[in-house]
Design a protein around this ligand. Structure first.
Ligand SMILES: [Cu+2]
Length: 666
C-alpha cells in the first residue's frame, strides 16, 4: 500500500494569472469554430447539393493562411487579418474534390477534382458502412453460426488495406470481427480466420474468405473497468494535493497561452490533432519575445503490423492520413487525464454531412509541478544551497485510435526547452491462436503469447513531427555537429585520446537526411544572421529520444508508402503545401507524394525558412504486462536552446514561497 502523499502547497515561481478568456476577432491560426463549420457546409451545399447526390465531407479544416500574411498581421494586430478560409475535401459522386472556401466572401474560391492515386480521410460513416456490409453478408453469418457464436455479440473494426502494387484500386476496407459475450474489451477476443473486404463505393463485400476456425480467447481477465476488477488489487493511491480554485498559473487569451517566459497558440485539427504555433520566448536581456517555432504538429502516425500472413499482412495503418488523429480525440477526464487547475479546450471536426461534431474538453493546458529539480548547486564550505523546482506548461490531447490510446504532450520549460512526448497505452491488436503455453508453439507466430490463445502481434509506431522551427527569425540553417575521437599528438602528455566537435553545414536537402547510427552527432538549427555577444550563432538543438527506424525492406509496399520514415530526420525549405509526409491522399496511396519524393528536388536549405521533420520510432515487441491494457510508455524528443541566450535563462528565476512542511525537519 502506498503511503499517503505529503501535502505541500507551492506557489508558482512566476506570476499567477486568473483565467481570462477574451472574446475578440479570431486569430488567423484559430481552428474553425462551430458556426464556421456550418457556414462552410452551407456554402459547399450551394455548389454541391446533397439532395439526390452522393456527397460526403471527408475533411474540413482551416486553410492555413500564408505565413508572411500571418507574420505581418502579428507585427500589427490592429491591421486587417489574412482572409479566413477553410480547406474542404469532398467525395461527390464517387470522385474526390478539394475546395477552398472563403468565409468572409462566403464563396468557394478554389475547386479542384483530384485524379491522382489514393483517397481522402475516412469518415466514421465510411467505417460504419463497411461494418454494416459485413453484418449483412450471408456467408459471414454462416461462419458465425458455424463457430456456435451469437451474432448480436459480434463487434467490428474497419481497417484500411493499403496498396500492394495493384494497377487499379477501389475504396475498400477490411473488416475485423471480435466477440463481446462477457467482456467490454472486445479487441482482445478476435474471431480469427475470416477475411472480409468491403467496397464502400459499390456498397458490397468484395472479398470473403473463411479459412479456419481458431479458438476464441477467453473473456476472463480482459475487463479493465474499476467497477469490475476483482482481488488481488494493485496499489491504492491518494489524490494529488488540491490547488487553489480559479488560479491556473497562465493566461489564455482566445487560444494564445502566455505563461512564465513562453507564449504560443493552440489549435485543433481533424487530421493531425493538436497544432501548436507561434511559440516564442521572452528574453529578459533583450526585453522582447524571440521566435522559436512557427508551427508544429504530428504529420503522420504510421503503425505497420509485422504479421505477413493472409489475414494480417494488410494491417499497416496511417492514423493521420487515413483516419485523422483529431477525429479520434476523446473528452479528457479532469483530475485523471489532466491535473487540477487544467483548462480545457473543445475541439470540432466535420461529420460526413459537414455538420460540426463537438469534442468537449478535447485538449487541456496545465502548469506542471513535476517534483523534479530545474537546477541546483551546493557549496558546503560556505553553507550555500540554491535549488529551484522544475515547473512547466503542458498542452495535452488524447486520441483513442480504436484499440490504442495515444497521449500527446507539448511541454514548454522556462529553460527554453520544448519537449514533445507521446504516451502509448490502450489495448493491443491481438491474434487468436490455438496455443495456451509457449511450449506448444512450433511455428512462427509474429508476436508474444500475452494470454491464453492470444498473440500480441509485433508492430511499430512511427510518429513524424512537422517542426517549422524559426529560430529568432525565418532564415535558418541546419548544422550537424560531429563528435570525433582524436589522438593526442603532444608526446609530453601521457593521455592518448580525446574528442572534439566539428560543425557541418547542410546546404541541401540531401545533406540534411539523417539516419541515426553509431556515430555521435548533434543536430542544430541556427540563425546564421544572428549572433550572441560572444559571437556564437543563435540556435536550437534537437535532442533525439526514441527513434527506431524501419525494419521493412525499402521496396516493400508499406515502406514505399511510408518512405518518410527512411530517415530519422529530414530538413526541407518551407513550402505551404508540404504538410503531410504521407501525402494528401493516403488511403491506398502509392508513395508518390511523400516527404521522400519532395526531397528528391534536393532544394537549397541554407539560410532559408526551413522545416525539420523528426520521426519518433518505437518497435513494439509485446509482453504480458501489455494485457489487458498497456501501462503508458512514454517516448519523445526535445528542442533545446543552444547559444540562443547569453546565459542560463533560469538563473534569475525567483524561488517560490513555500508553506512550512510539517514533516520536513531541516
Ligand atoms: Cu504498440
Amino acid at each position: 500500500m502506498a503511503s499517503p502523499l505529503k501535502t505541500t502547497l507551492i506557489f508558482s515561481i512566476f506570476n499567477i494569472f486568473f483565467l481570462s478568456r477574451v472574446t475578440s476577432n479570431p486569430h488567423p491560426l484559430d481552428s474553425l469554430t462551430s458556426s464556421e463549420f456550418l457556414l462552410v457546409r452551407a456554402i459547399v451545399n450551394q455548389s454541391y447539393p446533397s439532395f439526390n447526390h452522393k456527397l460526403s465531407f471527408q475533411y474540413v479544416g482551416l486553410e492555413e493562411p500564408e505565413k508572411q500574411a500571418v507574420k505581418s498581421w502579428l507585427s500589427k494586430p490592429s491591421s486587417k487579418p489574412p482572409p479566413r478560409q477553410a480547406l474542404v475535401v469532398l467525395r461527390f459522386e464517387n470522385q474526390t474534390r478539394e475546395l477552398v472556401v472563403d468565409l468572409s466572401r462566403r464563396a468557394v474560391v478554389s475547386d479542384k477534382l483530384y485524379e491522382g492515386f489514393g483517397y481522402p480521410i475516412l469518415t466514421a460513416e465510411d467505417q460504419e458502412a463497411a461494418a454494416d456490409l459485413a453484418l449483412k453478408h450471408g456467408p459471414f453469418l454462416a461462419s458465425i453460426k458455424r463457430r456456435g457464436l451469437n451474432i448480436s455479440e459480434v463487434s467490428f473494426l474497419s481497417l484500411t488495406i493499403g496498396w500492394y502494387g495493384q494497377v487499379k484500386t477501389k475504396r475498400e476496407l477490411q473488416v475485423k470481427c471480435f466477440y463481446l459475450n462477457g467482456t467490454v474489451n472486445f479487441y482482445l477476443r478476435p474471431i480469427e480466420g475470416i477475411t472480409i473486404v468491403a467496397d464502400i463505393e459499390q456498397m458490397r463485400i468484395s472479398e470473403y474468405v473463411d479459412r479456419a476456425v481458431i479458438p476464441l480467447p477467453k473473456a476472463e481477465g480482459t475487463d479493465y473497468r474499476a467497477s469490475k476488477i476483482t482481488p488481488p488489487f494493485g496499489p491504492r493511491f491518494n489524490a494529488a494535493p488540491p490547488k487553489p480554485p480559479g488560479q491556473i498559473g497562465f493566461k489564455l487569451d482566445g487560444n494564445v497561452v502566455t505563461w512564465a517566459n513562453w507564449r504560443f497558440h493552440v489549435a485543433f485539427d481533424a487530421r493531425v490533432g493538436p497544432v501548436i504555433s507561434l511559440a516564442s520566448i521572452y528574453d529578459a536581456e533583450q526585453k522582447k519575445y524571440r521566435q522559436v517555432m512557427y508551427r508544429s504538429f504530428i504529420s503522420e502516425l504510421f503503425v505497420p503490423y509485422q504479421d505477413p500472413t493472409e489475414g494480417w499482412y494488410r494491417t499497416t495503418i496511417f492514423d493521420s492520413g487515413e483516419y485523422g488523429i483529431g477525429n479520434f480525440a476523446i473528452s479528457l477526464e479532469p483530475l485523471n487525464d489532466c491535473p487540477s487547475r487544467a483548462v480545457f479546450v473543445d475541439g470540432y471536426y466535420a461529420a460526413s454531412d459537414g455538420r460540426p461534431v463537438e469534442v468537449p474538453n478535447a485538449m487541456c493546458i496545465f502548469e506542471r509541478h513535476s517534483g523534479d529539480v530545474m537546477w541546483r548547486h551546493n557549496d558546503a564550505d560556505r553553507k550555500i544551497r540554491e535549488t529551484r523546482p522544475d515547473i512547466s506548461i503542458v498542452v495535452r490531447m488524447v486520441a483513442t485510435v480504436a484499440n490504442y490510446d495515444y497521449v500527446f504532450d507539448w511541454e514548454f520549460k522556462p529553460s527554453g526547452s520544448i519537449k514533445f512526448l507521446v504516451g502509448l497505452t490502450g489495448v493491443l491488436q491481438v491474434k487468436a491462436v490455438p496455443y495456451t503455453r509457449t511450449d506448444q508453439i512450433k511455428e512462427e507466430v509474429y508476436g508474444t503469447l500475452v494470454a491464453g490463445n492470444t498473440i500480441g502481434v509485433s508492430h511499430d509506431h512511427f510518429l513524424t513531427y512537422h517542426l517549422d522551427v524559426d529560430v529568432d527569425g525565418d532564415a535558418n540553417s541546419f548544422v550537424k555537429t560531429h563528435l570525433i575521437t582524436k589522438r593526442v599528438m603532444d608526446k609530453n602528455i601521457p593521455r592518448k585520446s580525446y574528442w572534439n566537435f566539428e560543425h557541418e553545414l547542410a546546404k541541401t536537402e540531401s545533406d540534411a537526411k539523417v539516419k541515426f547510427g553509431p556515430n555521435s552527432q548533434e543536430f542544430l538549427v541556427v540563425n546564421p544572421n544572428k549572433e550572441t555577444k560572444l559571437g556564437n550563432n543563435v540556435g536550437y538543438r534537437l535532442v533525439p529520444g526514441s527513434s527506431a527506424g524501419p525494419l521493412l525492406i525499402p521496396d516493400d509496399f508499406p515502406q514505399i508508402r511510408a518512405a518518410f520514415t527512411n530517415y530519422n530526420m529530414w530538413v526541407t525549405p518551407y513550402n505551404k503545401s508540404e504538410k503531410w509526409v504521407s501525402g494528401r491522399y493516403v488511403d491506398r496511396s502509392r508513395g508518390d507524394d511523400t516527404l521522400a519524393v519532395w526531397t528528391e528536388k534536393n532544394r537549397n536549405i541554407e539560410n532559408k525558412d526551413i522545416v525539420v521533420w523528426y520521426t519518433v520510432g518505437f518497435h513494439h515487441v509485446t509482453c504480458q504486462e501489455d494485457f489487458p491494457v498497456m501501462p503508458t510508455l512514454s517516448v519523445g524528443f526535445e528542442l533545446k536552446p543552444t547559444n540562443f541566450f547569453e546565459y542560463s535563462p533560469v538563473i534569475k528565476t525567483v524561488p517560490p514561497q513555500h508553506f512550512s512542511w510539517p514533516n520536513c525537519t531541516k
